[in-house]
Design a protein around this ligand. Structure first.
Ligand code: PLP
Ligand code: COI
Length: 341
C-alpha cells in the first residue's frame, strides 16, 4: 500500500481527493447494489429535488489508524440512525442501518492508504450524504434517491486544535426555527448558518455560539458543534429541541460519568456562563475544542475561561480519554469502535 505524499501532521479540515467514493441508488421502491466510483462528479437531472427544494442530508464520522495499526470506526450505527431521522425529517427514503454501515466499511477499505498514520493526530473523515434525484417542479418529495459516501483525511476543525479558541454570540442570528429542523442534519440548516458563520469569522472568531431561537435566553450550540460547560465537578450541556443531538457529546457525557462527574442536560441561561470553570465545543469535526472567551456582540460583554492558552483539566481528561479510545490507546469499555479487518 503506497501512502500518498501528504503533510499528515499539518492537515486542516478540508477536502483532499482520494481514490474512490461509493454510491447507492433507491429506485423502483428498492435500494440497488453499492457502486464504486473514481469520479468526483455526479450526473444530476436539472429538476432534481436536491437542487430546487433542498432534499439533502448528510453525516460526518471518522476512521482512525490505531496504536496497534488497526483501523477503527467510531460509533457508526449512531450516525446510521441519525441519517434515518434526517431522511424522515425531509421526506426522503431512509437507508437501512446495515446498508449504511456496509457502505462506510467499503469506502474506508477502498481508501485505506489515505487514513493518516498513527501519531499524527489526523483521521479519515467520512461524509455520507443523501439527495433526492427525481425531477419535480412542484414542491413534492422525490421518489428516487442517491446516497454517496466520500472520505477525506483531515486535521483539526478549528485552527487552534486543542488550544482554546474565541467564539461570539448574538441574538440577531438564528440557525434554525424553534420547531424547525435543528435536530436533524440537513444541508439547509448549514446554508442558513453561513451569514452568521462568516460574520463571526470576519470579526476574528472561530464560530457563532447560537442562542435558542424561541426565547433568546438559553445557550444552544456552537456552529457545527455542541456546547458543554463544567463547574463544581458537573458536566452541563444544553437540552434543546433546536440543536443536533451530537454523538461526540453523548460519548463525552458517558465518559464524564465514568470519571465521576455529575451530568446535567438542561437549559443553560446565557448569564450562567459567568459561573463555568471550563467550556468547550464538541463534535466529530471539532472533537473537543476548548473555548477561551465568548464575546456577546449585542452588549459587548466578555466571558473569559482561559488566559494561559491551555484547556482546563477536566476538558483535557475528557479529550484524552475520547481520542485515546478512538486511537486504540485506551480500553474501549463501551464497545464504541468497530475494528475493520
Ligand atoms: N451540531 C451540529 C450542528 C453539527 O453539524 C455537528 C456535527 O455533526 C454536531 C453538533 C456534532 O455532532 P457529532 O458529535 O455527532 O458529530
Ligand atoms: C461534523 O462534525 O461531522 C460535522 O458535520 C461538522 C461539519 C458540518 C463540518
Amino acid at each position: 500500500m503506497n501512502q500518498p505524499d501528504l503533510d499528515w501532521k499539518n492537515l486542516t479540515f478540508s477536502y483532499t481527493k482520494t481514490d474512490y467514493n461509493v454510491r447507492c441508488t433507491y429506485k423502483d421502491g428498492k435500494w440497488g447494489e453499492i457502486e464504486v466510483s473514481d469520479s468526483e462528479y455526479v450526473p444530476l437531472h436539472i429538476a432534481a429535488t436536491c437542487l430546487h427544494y433542498g432534499q439533502e442530508s448528510f453525516e460526518g464520522l471518522k476512521a482512525y489508524r490505531g496504536k496497534d495499526g488497526k483501523i477503527r470506526i467510531f460509533r457508526m450505527e449512531e450516525n446510521a440512525k441519525r441519517f434515518i431521522r434526517s431522511a424522515e425529517g425531509i421526506k426522503m427514503q431512509p437507508m437501512p442501518v446495515e446498508l449504511f454501515c456496509e457502505m462506510v466499511r467499503k469506502v474506508v477499505k477502498l481508501n485505506e492508504r489515505f487514513i493518516p498514520p498513527y501519531g499524527t493526530g489526523a483521521s479519515l473523515y467520512i461524509r455520507p450524504l443523501e439527495i433526492g434525484i427525481s425531477a419535480r417542479v412542484g414542491v413534492k418529495p422525490a421518489d428516487e434517491y442517491m446516497v454517496i459516501m466520500l472520505v477525506s483525511p483531515v486535521g483539526p476543525y478549528f485552527k487552534e486544535g486543542f488550544k482554546p479558541t474565541k467564539v461570539c454570540m448574538s441574538r440577531e442570528y438564528d440557525r434554525v426555527a424553534p420547531k424547525g429542523t435543528g435536530s436533524i442534519k440537513i444541508g439547509g440548516n448549514y446554508a442558513a448558518s453561513l451569514v452568521a458563520g462568516e460574520k463571526a469569522h470576519d470579526l476574528g472568531y472561530s464560530v457563532m455560539l447560537y442562542i435558542d431561537p424561541k426565547e433568546k435566553k438559553y445557550l444552544d450550540e456552537c456552529g457545527a458543534a455542541n456546547f458543554f460547560g463544567i463547574k463544581n465537578n458537573t458536566y452541563i450541556t444544553p437540552a434543546s429541541e433546536s440543536i443536533l443531538p451530537s454523538i461526540t457529546n453523548k460519548s463525552l457525557t458517558q465518559l464524564a460519568e465514568d470519571l465521576g462527574l455529575k451530568v446535567e442536560r438542561r437549559q443553560i441561561p446565557v448569564e450562567e456562563l459567568d459561573t463555568f470553570e471550563e467550556v468547550s465545543a464538541c463534535g466529530t469535526a471539532a472533537v473537543c475544542s476548548p473555548i477561551a472567551e465568548i464575546h456577546d456582540l449585542d452588549n459587548g460583554k466578555k466571558y473569559v475561561f482561559s488566559t494561559n492558552n491551555e484547556a482546563g483539566p477536566l476538558t483535557t481528561k475528557l479529550y484524552n480519554t475520547l481520542t485515546g479510545i478512538q486511537f486504540g490507546e485506551v480500553e474501549d469499555t463501551h464497545g464504541w469502535c468497530e475494528i475493520l479487518d
